[in-house]
Design a protein around this ligand. Structure first.
Ligand code: ZN
Length: 270
């Protein structure tokens, strides 16, 4: 690549990264609505957001991601009820992860699919941490949308190999988790089994090493954090620890840094 083409490539990457980051803040604001309403079986489109303290609808000027929370110093404009710092944190997390995923997939047609995955994993993790469920209302639509978006990416890139691999990997991950679910009922919920289908699909798009690495990282995170929680006495040995957030973190680790991690691992074989 010439230095001119290289510069254009960099500018395009930077542009897509910044746009995705800003877009992520807005998506994060929507995810806050999803995280609150989906486990409570409420509609995610109406009514518009209202203060949980005084029920006043939140004005558009008070609904700007992160900025509004900072200006209002985390309180409702009407009644002064504190607004959890979780809201701006989810928005910032979504913005940062959208920017990171966009930087990684700036020149791939699979970018929209991976942004959908990112948003879904943030919502699923937050809900699983609080309610110990992985809602079908998120998993099914995201699963269907992902198949369509990845098929479209394969069509545009005129290469169906990753798509075939992603379907096989989704089935393989689902089967593996289903067997774990059968082997230890109560250990792993069926929500995790359904989620593994989606994780397998995206990791499979990237390659088989990513499937193994991403799922293994999920188990590793779960085991380490689980042991730490038991040691510091925050959780009993028999108490339930949600597994979704760890699986999500393992997958995102390999979506973002898989290339480096897989190369690093292969370096050992030489
Ligand atoms: Zn209020």
């Amino acid at each position: 690549m010439g230095s001119g083409a290289c510069l254009v490539w960099l500018v395009v990457t930077l542009f897509i990264t910044v746009v995705a980051g800003v877009y992520g803040l807005v998506v994060g604001s929507f995810l806050n609505v999803v995280i609150w309403r989906v486990p409570r079986h409420e509609s995610i489109v109406k009514p518009r957001s209202h203060c949980p303290g005084c029920d006043t609808p939140i004005a558009t000027r008070d609904n700007i991601p992160v900025v509004s929370w900072l200006i209002l110093r985390g309180h409702c404009r009407n009644c002064g009820e504190p607004i959890s710092i979780r809201y701006p944190l989810i928005e910032i997390l979504t913005g940062v992860l959208f920017a990171a995923v966009a930087a990684r997939f700036a020149h791939s047609w699979a970018l929209p699919a991976f942004l959908v995955l990112t948003a879904a994993l943030i919502a699923i993790s937050a809900i699983d941490l609080e309610h110990f469920i992985i809602p079908n209302r998120i998993v099914y639509p995201v699963g269907y949308a992902s198949v369509v978006l990845l098929a479209l990416a394969a069509l545009l890139e005129q290469d169906w190999t990753p798509f075939g691999r992603c379907l096989l990997a989704a089935l393989a991950a689902f089967t593996f988790f289903f067997l774990l679910h059968l082997a230890a009922p109560g250990g792993m919920g069926f929500g995790d089994v359904r989620l593994s289908f989606i994780l397998g699909m995206f990791l499979g798009w990237l390659g088989w090493a990513y499937v193994l690495g991403g799922l293994f990282a999920g188990f590793l995170y779960g085991a380490v954090i689980g042991m730490v929680l038991i040691v510091v006495g925050r959780r009993g040995r028999r108490q339930h620890i949600p597994f979704g957030p760890f699986l999500a973190a393992g997958t995102m680790t390999f979506v973002l840094f898989g290339e480096q991690l897989v190369n690093w691992w292969r370096g050992f074989g030489r």
